[in-house]
Design a protein around this ligand. Sequence first.
Ligand code: ADP
Ligand code: MG
Length: 246
Amino acid sequence: MSRSFIEVSQLAKRFPGPKDGQPLTVFENADFTIKRGEFVCIIGHSGCGKSTIMNILAGLDEPTEGGIIMDGKEISGPSLERGVVFQNYSLLPWLSALKNVMFGVRARHPQWTRAQVYEHSQKFLGLVGLTGGAEHRKPAQLSGGMRQRVSIARAFAIQPKLLLLDEPFGALDALTRGTIQDELTRIWSSSEQTVFMITHDVDEAILLADRILLMTNGPYARIAESVVVDIPRPRQRGEIIHDPGY
Ligand code: ADP
Ligand code: MG
């Protein structure tokens, strides 16, 4: 029997509580699977643990209990097979936008020449509309939306098997958001890439996802159970989501 691409089983995460207090159980008993090539969105109220789950999927944090299997192997530590767009962008401040992207591409393709790395990185910066000199500026000299686009280009450019997106379009104006959503759909449609995306925008989840996971409960209720509800939404690969009218 073929296994799922990703199997999350009995995942729990607790953070140490305030001094002598109870630990904070963010979630417990979280179980879900993701198929290869699926586009999954996870929605849920602020603070329910979405970013925490994504950090564990990225290998940047460890679960307190349970584990995640990807491609038959336990996830432990970060890997270039997993590309991440963080909620706070996490760009390297001392490098230009272009060099932030090149940094990841060079690590992914150590055998490439500098010219290949440069060309590939520029292509992905072009896809998110960062050209004409903006790509040579450092993060501090870019707007929030531009930084977010650099972060998206960096993750797309390493062409990971699993793309992890934490509210990736939050800082973008509506027009740019539509364009980059289309680009994401195009990249996803033409590859075997699996996408796991956090959003608080239900409409966006309905627009993009094959399947929506709803994360409920969490620290406010202190209910030590994460209920992940599956909402199936069959969608054709390559289905056009925005019609630009040209
Ligand atoms: P979401 O992304 O769904 O808004 P998070 O995953 O960021 O939620 O956070 C879930 C809960 O875990 C929140 O209550 C948050 O304060 C807490 N939390 C997150 N990271 C840490 C940490 N490193 N130490 C302690 N508590 C944390
Ligand atoms: Mg978050």
